[in-house]
Design a protein around this ligand. Structure first.
Ligand code: FES
Length: 138
């Protein structure tokens, strides 16, 4: 199956409510800004394969603004916080899908630390609240 076949096959999962993983396809190896090698593209293809048969949508895109810490990906589910990860590689694909499914099940929209796949612990770059979020005073 080609990379583009994988993108097409993942369209069946398309839904406004489905958990979604965005994978940067233009990330280069860390510290090699001129490299022709694109680990992000390899990660995107592996993540598309890992999503097969799940409810997770995978959306390859160009640049998440985390270029110095690539390969990079982000995820969100309906109404959840949005998480950005870096320092990923092709072995992180299953973790991205597992994490997106955990996030979709989280009633508070926050990706739990306990049980979170290791690449999503060490690779966390930022989390961004959903639209309409208001901090509750303690
Ligand atoms: S090129 Fe991948 S985050 Fe910018």
């Amino acid at each position: 199956m080609t990379y583009l076949d994988s993108v097409s096959a993942n369209r069946y999962a398309e839904s406004a409510d489905a958990p979604t993983v965005y994978v940067c396809v233009t990330c280069r190896p860390p510290g090699e800004p001129d490299s022709p090698v694109r680990p992000g593209e390899t990660l995107a293809a592996a993540t598309l394969r890992a999503a097969a048969g799940t409810e997770v949508q995978v959306r390859p895109l160009r640049c998440l603004g985390n270029c110095s810490r690539g390969a990079s990906a982000a995820m969100r589910a309906n109404g959840s916080w949005t998480y950005v990860f870096g320092g990923l590689d092709v072995t992180s694909a299953d973790a991205l899908i597992e994490g997106a499914r955990m996030l979709a099940r989280a009633a508070d929209g926050i990706l739990p630390w306990r049980g979170r796949p290791a690449p999503l612990k060490r690779g966390l770059v930022a989390r961004v609240p959903p639209i309409g979020f208001e901090e509750v005073a303690e």
